[in-house]
Write a protein that binds this ligand. Structure first.
Ligand code: FES
Ligand code: FE2
Length: 391
């Protein structure tokens, strides 16, 4: 029986934004961060990671030390913070943080813990002129500076009681945070050249949901970047549109991998899209992973994204949502797109819960991966993962 993904609806934000057509990108050309997709296609077959990578608390502790502590984590969409004061209170793993747009229009990721005695400051999403602690009313500016501490002026005057700030990187309309402020954002040139014409950094948020999936976080990344399962696991939702055999490997780099899910000849062309898109680009979805925790699919009119945060060796928090090309999508059209992705996610959720069970086997040994057009992005992810864990 299919397990049900329990979803908490988080927010619906619509904001007027410039048309995506205004953001033309340079045509594709070779770039230094690209890995030659042809070379990737000719590679010998690889085997998957051993089961312990998905089940061992020792491996998980190593990942915490080497990946999580300096990995870029997508927290929200930029248009959730459409105006100065817009905020999203969330977690960076176990750390409470608040993503907030300042009066200078800069997006910051601040500690969401009051410097007085540790109270959580903001909750949920909203728009404020300053952050005020609900315990003793210390107040902070949108840049994290302490502005006031009632009846305590002398005690705080000589101390730095500002909110600590985390590394932040905005790309493709996503806000990423990094626990290590010294880590520089990665180069994304080849992926920008491949998918930038969709203009999805300007897409408009339809809805966002929070869920907990009962699997290792890497299973979810691999599943999303695996074209091989599309026809089998999604017979009613995806096979009629993007059967596995039409998929093609696309660009990879040090920080990302991607593939293209081509539509069948009978699939209707999407009507609403950025002006720069070719007919071919209107007949495909481009799926990408920004290592390690963002997986997304962009088509002419829809961006579907899953922002992951591991929560133990066999649990992953998923903040997922949809954005549309259209600034004003009818309620019915929005509901249709959300329902479609809820159905897809439920199919994947059921498979991944079952997969996690299989991976606890003591006799299982991984077999070969399918050819690059089907599982090449999974191989890319494994290559990145093995390298990152060694550092
Ligand atoms: S804990 Fe925030 S003002 Fe006291
Ligand atoms: Fe799937």
């Amino acid at each position: 029986m299919a397990a049900k993904a329990s979803a908490k609806r988080v927010a619906t934000v619509r904001s007027p934004r410039p048309a995506p057509g205004a953001s033309a990108r340079a045509p594709a050309r070779a770039s230094r961060d690209a890995v030659n997709p042809v070379a990737a296609r000719s590679g010998a077959s690889r085997v998957g990671l051993s089961a312990s990578h998905y089940t061992s608390s020792t491996v998980y502790a190593r990942e915490q030390q080497f990946l999580f502590a300096r990995g870029w984590v997508a927290l929200c969409r930029e248009d959730e913070l459409s105006e100065p004061g817009g905020f999203v209170a969330t977690q960076l793993f176990d750390e409470p943080v608040v993503v907030v747009r300042g009066k200078d229009n800069r997006v910051r990721v601040l500690s969401n813990v009051c410097r007085h005695r540790g109270m959580l400051l903001a909750e949920g999403t909203g728009c404020v002129s300053r952050l005020q602690c609900p315990y003793h009313a210390w107040t902070y500016g949108l840049d994290g500076k302490l502005l006031g501490a009632p009846l305590m002026r002398d005690q705080v005057a000589k101390r730095n009681c500002d909110l600590p700030e985390f590394g932040v990187w905005c790309w493709g309309g996503f806000v990423f945070a990094n626990a290590d402020r010294k880590v520089r954002p990665p180069r994304m040139t080849a992926l920008d050249q491949q998918i930038g014409r969709y203009g999805f950094e300007h897409f408009h948020l339809i809805d966002v949901f929070e869920e907990e999936w009962p699997c290792n976080w890497k299973c979810l990344v691999e599943n999303f970047m695996d074209a091989y399962h599309l026809s089998v696991v999604h017979p009613g939702t995806l096979r009629p549109l993007t059967p596995s055999h039409l998929s093609r490997k696309s660009v990879s780099g040090k920080a990302f991998t991607s593939y293209i899910a081509n539509y069948t000849d009978t699939a209707p062309l999407r009507r609403n899209h950025a002006a720069e898109l070719s007919d071919a680009e209107r007949r495909q979805s481009q799926l990408f992973c920004v290592y390690p925790f963002l997986i997304a699919s962009v088509s002419a009119d829809t961006l579907a994204f899953l922002m992951l945060q591991p929560n133990g060796v066999d649990s992953v928090r998923v903040r997922w949502g949809l954005s549309s090309f259209e600034a004003r999508l009818s309620r019915g059209a929005a509901r249709t797109r959300v329902k479609k992705w809820q159905a897809i996610n439920q199919e994947d959720h059921a498979v991944l819960a079952r997969l996690q069970h299989g991976l606890r086997s003591r006799v299982y040994r991984p077999g070969p991966l399918a050819p690059p057009d089907l599982e090449g992005s999974v191989a890319d992810f494994h290559r990145w993962y093995r390298g990152a864990l060694k550092k």
